[in-house]
Design a binder for this molecule. Structure first.
Ligand SMILES: Cc1ncc(COP(=O)(O)O)c(C=O)c1O
Length: 421
């Protein structure tokens, strides 16, 4: 039994014919689409979304799914159908959200270095909130909105200097990080601009990091934001919402993890002090468990000291997280051999020593042509892929209600070279 947290049943489970995704044989999908390939469960996405939605119950809330985690159109549409709104981190993600059918007001736009073009696009599109990163950016938004004869809906991203106790590369709420404005500066920035006719202050925003596994940093973030919202109310800047960002972690190792219910229980008492609607921007917690990357073993090597390598036909080009921040992913053979487990280094084919998925991982015997699944890669997997080594983007498959379909075909070399002279 493959487990995740208690709110979601893991979609990938061993079956009579090897690993299956919600009962659909991986072997049969891969026989058709080849490897490497991402396979996702629509059911798991829906369950994870509903767990967060249910956890906030009757408290006024809007879930803005963070497209950066996985913005493949079919995935985004699954969430749209559930009533999700969208969090976009670039002009491209705003456009994807609009093309997927979200109304402009259902989109919040965050980004640490928005270009002038992106700001104009967001203002013209009339998105629900542009989460501004600095006083300077607010002024640039105001100037552009004025030039366009528009009023831009804005929120200021604050940096509360809270340690998310996550990996340093995905912690964003410390004063040593590049994100947002210092919390103590925020009130003055709003006050100085509250009469700016081309700006409408609709919220305050923060996002302290990703893969957060304990409730306390999230509670402290909610407390800081609520206090600021109350102060702004006193200053005559009534807000429509506070935006807590994303960050809820998932159980990559299959061990118990903060649940959406625990998250809500930690932040709701703080939010109730202002009784103000909350915007949430979860990404990983919605799609992380839903996906797995399927790969075939192309070589097996054994060194004299006993170290053994399984070389896959997928690498950091398809799944960058392990190379980028040493992240852990469970790896399971699709049809495991009934042998004792021994330690394996599971690696990719790229000529980079960081192209490693696992070191000394206990696994049964592995042989060339065996299929393996790298689990919990629904978030920050396919979206981070690259064409390094002229490798081609892997196809993506969605399993829904016993059926499967290709939601992104495999890229061809012609697709890639079409951009070149
Ligand atoms: C501003 C913002 N919101 C939401 C998210 C989604 O975070 P997560 O996938 O950890 O929920 C991110 C990701 O880092 C982000 O930068």
């Amino acid at each position: 039994m493959i487990t995740c947290d208690s709110s979601v049943q893991h979609p990938f489970q061993p079956g009579a014919h090897g690993l299956a995704c919600d009962g659909v044989s991986i072997q049969s999908i891969v026989a058709s689409v080849g490897t490497p390939a991402y396979i996702y469960s629509a059911r798991a996405i829906r369950d994870a979304y509903r767990a967060i939605d249910d956890a906030f119950g009757s408290y006024p809330h809007a879930i803005h799914y963070a497209l950066k985690a996985n913005s493949t159109l079919a995935i985004v549409r699954v969430l749209k159908a559930l009533g999700s709104h969208a969090d976009a981190n670039s002009g491209g993600e705003i456009e994807v959200a609009l093309r997927a059918g979200f109304g402009p007001r259902e989109i919040v736009f965050t980004g640490v270095g928005k270009t002038g073009g992106e700001l104009e696009y967001a203002i013209e599109s009339d998105v629900g909130a542009i989460n501004a990163e600095s006083a300077g950016e607010l002024d640039r938004i105001a100037a552009r909105a004025q030039a366009a004869g528009r009023v831009a809906r804005v929120a200021l991203r604050v940096n509360p200097d809270i340690d998310a106790q996550s990996h340093p590369n995905i912690s964003t709420g410390l004063k040593s990080n590049k994100f947002g404005v210092a919390l103590q500066d925020a009130r003055g920035i709003y006050r100085d601009r509250r009469n700016e006719k081309s700006l409408q202050f609709v919220g305050v925003h923060l996002h302290i990091g990703s893969q957060i596994t304990t409730a306390e940093p999230l509670r402290r973030a909610a407390a800081a934001l609520t206090t600021l919202a109350l102060e702004l109310r006193d200053d005559g800047v009534p807000l429509e919402h506070v935006d807590l960002g994303g960050g809820l972690g998932i159980a990559y190792e299959g061990r118990p993890m903060i649940t959406p219910a625990e998250y809500a229980a930690a932040v709701l008492p703080e939010l109730r002090r202002a009784n103000i609607p909350v915007v949430l921007e979860p990404g990983r917690a919605v799609v992380g468990h839903s996906g797995a990357l399927m790969a075939r073993i192309v070589d097996v090597k054994r060194y004299p000291d006993g170290r053994q390598f399984a070389v896959l036909d997928t690498g950091m080009t398809e799944l960058m997280r392990p190379a980028l921040y040493g992240s852990f992913h469970r790896i399971v053979p699709v049809s495991p051999r009934q042998t004792a487990e021994t330690p394996w280094d599971v690696v990719g084919p790229i000529c980079e020593s960081s192209d490693v998925f696992a070191r000394e991982r206990p696994l049964p015997d592995l042989c060339v042509d065996d299929l393996v699944a790298i689990l919990d890669t629904g978030a920050y997997g396919a979206v981070m892929a690259s064409n390094y080594n002229r490798r081609l983007l892997a196809p993506e498959v969605l399993v829904d209600d016993g059926q499967w379909s290709v939601i992104r075909r495999r890229q061809t070399l012609d697709d890639v070279l079409a951009l070149e002279t």
